[in-house]
Design a protein around this ligand. Structure first.
Ligand code: HEC
Length: 120
C-alpha cells in the first residue's frame, strides 16, 4: 500500500517534469539565437515600433525572425529591394517561409517610405 503511494507520487513528478519540458518554447526554431550578435543592429526608432499600419506590422513580423529589427533609414529606397531579395534567400535557406506577394509589397512600401535619403 505504502509502496504504491510512493510509486504514484514518483509518476506524478515525472509527468510534471515532462509537461514542464514540453512547455518550454522551441528556442532554435527560427534561429533566434543564431545571430545574437546581430541583435545590436541599429535600433529602429520608436516610431517604427509604435507604427500600427499593416506595412509596419508586416515589416516587424517578417524582419525580426533572425535578427533585431533593422532600421529602415539604414538604406535608401533604391537599395532596399536588393537587400530584401537577399533576405528572401536567407529565409529560403533557413526554411522560413518568405512573405507572400502581398506581405512583400507591404514591407517594401514601408521600407521605401522610411528609407534613408541618398547622399549626394
Ligand atoms: C532567414 C533569416 C532572416 C530574415 C527573416 C531576415 N534577415 Fe536580414 N539578415 C539575415 C542574415 C543571415 C544577415 C547577415 C548576412 C547578410 O547581410 O546577408 C542579415 C542582415 C541584414 C541586414 C544588414 C546587412 C547589410 O548589408 O547591411 C539588414 C539591413 C537586414 N538583414 C534587413 C532585413 C529585413 C528588412 C528583413 C525583412 C524583410 C530581414 N532582414 C529578414 C537573415 C535574415
Amino acid at each position: 500500500m505504502k509502496n504504491n503511494r510512493i510509486l504514484l507520487i514518483g509518476l506524478a513528478v515525472i509527468l510534471l517534469i515532462v509537461i514542464g519540458l514540453l512547455a518550454i518554447p522551441d528556442m532554435g526554431r527560427h534561429h533566434a539565437n543564431m545571430m545574437g550578435s546581430m541583435a545590436s543592429m541599429d535600433p529602429a526608432s520608436t516610431t517604427v515600433m509604435e507604427d500600427d499600419s499593416p506595412e509596419a506590422k508586416a515589416f516587424r513580423q517578417t524582419c525580426t525572425q533572425c535578427h533585431g529589427l533593422p532600421s529602415p533609414g539604414q538604406y535608401t529606397a533604391n537599395e532596399w529591394p536588393l537587400i530584401f531579395e537577399r533576405m528572401k534567400q536567407h529565409m529560403i535557406e533557413s526554411r522560413i517561409a518568405p512573405p507572400d506577394e502581398k506581405a512583400a509589397a507591404l514591407i517594401l512600401e514601408f521600407l521605401s517610405k522610411h528609407a534613408g535619403q541618398p547622399s549626394t
